[in-house]
Design a protein around this ligand. Structure first.
Ligand SMILES: [Zn+2]
Ligand SMILES: [Zn+2]
Length: 235
């Protein structure tokens, strides 16, 4: 593909090696797609999120503070129409060794984000309806129940002195391709409608792995199989 036709977002993700913002996603694209199709985020929100990721990266590589409040307010200034404030901030960026003109140029627009979601990622925004959403709801219920039950059991172990006190439990479900070892987070698979690029059209049962993260530390992992029909993931 000619460079001029190349999607700016894909080029930036590749150039800066942007990864997923959380372990619920395998890639930044998976995250964008899920937030757009399922999460109800619009082009504007996702554009800002992407650009702030870029800003954060540039600040990091130049040793500039990346506190979220700073990123947010400086992003607003760079995108805003107060020319004096903007010039002042850009001079400050240059003083930190940042090519401010290039940075601003690299920010993507809403229309680029729109094209990226629709054309590059083949996204289709879902219109939520009670009738079609019960499957996703039942997954959410199962996940929150898994989280609750795990927390409860761990609290009990803690009270018996058999386990450390944990602050938080995260439950992430990973789905695996039935034909090859590819595994990706369920949220991302649901957003794009398949698990693996190669075995796109194999809709049979995929193994599910529950990974429970305790305060960022992986301590527990067990397997279950998603049963056909409406059986909850966890009893
Ligand atoms: Zn793209
Ligand atoms: Zn596969």
């Amino acid at each position: 593909m000619a460079d001029a036709d190349r999607c700016k977002i894909d080029a930036l993700i590749e150039r800066y090696d942007f990864d997923a913002p959380s372990q619920d996603y395998e890639s930044l694209n998976g995250y964008l797609l899920d937030r757009w199709t399922e999460g109800g985020d619009g082009y504007g929100t996702l554009t800002a999120r992407f650009n702030k990721r870029l800003l954060q990266h540039v600040y990091e590589t130049h040793g500039r503070d990346t506190l979220e409040t700073r990123l947010n307010s400086e992003y607003e200034t760079l995108r805003g129409d107060d020319e004096i404030l903007r010039r002042e901030l850009m001079d400050d960026l240059v003083a930190d060794g940042i090519d401010a003109d290039q940075l601003v140029e690299e920010f993507v627009s809403r229309s680029t984000m729109r094209r990226h979601l629709k054309n590059c990622l083949n996204g289709q925004k879902k219109t939520p309806s009670a009738e079609t959403n019960w499957e996703r709801e039942s997954i959410e219920i199962a996940l929150s129940r898994a989280k609750e039950k795990t927390s409860e059991a761990l609290r009990s172990l803690h009270s018996k002195g058999e386990f450390v006190d944990v602050a938080d439990v995260d439950v992430t479900v990973t789905v695996g391709c039935s034909e090859c070892p590819t595994r990706i987070p369920l949220r991302e698979a649901l957003a794009r409608g398949y698990v693996c690029e190669t075995h796109h059209s194999a809709p049979d049962s995929s193994a599910l792995t529950f990974l429970t993260t305790l305060s960022g530390l992986l301590v527990l992992s067990s397997s279950a199989r998603m049963l056909a029909g409406s059986t909850p993931l966890l009893a």
